[in-house]
Each structure stands twice: as structure tokens, then as C-alpha cells.
Ligand binder design. Structure first.
Ligand code: C2R
Length: 174
């Protein structure tokens, strides 16, 4: 991936010392789920970095990506036996949000992420919910960032407007 300056949020090469939110994917195949997170981060104008690194396949790269990162929050996306979010959490004291990726066996990655042993917490959003991971990261950042809080307020207003518009469409269809 090349460095990419987008119109709103900014993607950085990995490992990134500049990003606010660091997305780590276990594989390139997780990109569709990562894109959901990226879409929200760009909408909220939050800087983010992206790594592809696997706790199973490239444990050294995971450690390096986490330790060199300047991010305040990590989003770790993985399917199957998803050790990645827990391993990320073992290398940092920052909050880690795990995103389980769906596969052929229901709930394998979800349980891998939720069932962390005591002492190493990982938050989990729903299966494939990269969007909610980004929104949760933004809520964490908004505790100390008024611009992020305002962006979340605007997001919530847009969401409300979409619901109201859909209600009007339903009424029009009846
Ligand atoms: P491939 O498509 O590369 O075979 O990967 C990835 O997140 C992906 O969903 C299949 C799935 O394996 C997952 N994977 C993990 C880890 N590394 C890769 N769960 C890990 O370290 O936890």
C-alpha cells in the first residue's frame, strides 16, 4: 500500500507513528471488513494507519507494528482462530478493539476475541462490524477530543436523518 492522502481522514504507511487509530489486519483477505472501518474514520476525519500482520504467521511484525505505532486506539481485524487482537493487547496498554471476521465456522473468531484470559482485555464488536469498531474508537478518542465529539454528533444527526427518510419512504410505499 502506498501512502495516500485522502480528502478527509489520512491513511499512513505502516508502521505509522502519526496515526490516531491503527488498524491491523491478520490478512489482506480481511480488507472488506477493514474498509468499513476506514469509511467511518474518513467520515469522522480521523487519521489512521493500516498494517497487515499476523500473530500466527508473522508475530515479529505484529510486535513491531504495535511498538512503533503512535496510535491511541488499535483496531485488530481477524478471522478463524483470531489471536491477533489479544496479541496486540499484550504489546500495548492502549485500548484494543477486536473485529471478528466471518468464515465457514460460526463464531470461531468471535469467541477467540471475546474469550481473552483475565488480565489482557480486548473489546469486541460484532462479526464483520468494522464500522462499529471505528465508531467505538472515535468514542474513546472523543473523551479528550472535542473535534472528534462534534464529528460523532454530526454522524448521529445524519444517521437520524436517514432513519426519518426511510420511515417516510415506507409510508409512501404503503
Ligand atoms: P488468509 O485469507 O490469508 O488465508 O487468512 C486472517 O485474519 C484471515 O481472516 C485467513 C484468515 O486468517 C486470519 N488470521 C488470523 C491471524 N492471522 C491470520 N486470525 C492471527 O494471527 O490471529
Amino acid at each position: 500500500m502506498t501512502e495516500n492522502e485522502s480528502a478527509s481522514g489520512t491513511a499512513h504507511l505502516v508502521p505509522s507513528e502519526k496515526c490516531t487509530v491503527h488498524i491491523i489486519m491478520g490478512s489482506k483477505s480481511d480488507l472488506p471488513v477493514a474498509r468499513k472501518a476506514i469509511g467511518i474514520l474518513e467520515e469522522l476525519e480521523l487519521d489512521y494507519g493500516i498494517s497487515v500482520a499476523s500473530a500466527h504467521r508473522t508475530p515479529d511484525l505484529v510486535e513491531d507494528a504495535v511498538k512503533r505505532s503512535g496510535a491511541s486506539v488499535f483496531i485488530a481485524i481477524a478471522g478463524l482462530s483470531a489471536a491477533l487482537p489479544g496479541v496486540v493487547a499484550s504489546h500495548t496498554r492502549k485500548p484494543v478493539i477486536g473485529v471478528p471476521v466471518s468464515g465457514k465456522v460460526p463464531f470461531d473468531s468471535l469467541l477467540s476475541i471475546v474469550q481473552m484470559p483475565p488480565g489482557v482485555p480486548v473489546g469486541s464488536v460484532g462479526v464483520d462490524r468494522g464500522d462499529n469498531a471505528a465508531l467505538l474508537a472515535a468514542r474513546i478518542l472523543a473523551l479528550n477530543d472535542d473535534a472528534c465529539l462534534s464529528a460523532l454528533d454530526r454522524y448521529t444527526i445524519r444517521m437520524r436523518e436517514k432513519v426519518l427518510a426511510s420511515a417516510e419512504e415506507v409510508i409512501g410505499d404503503i
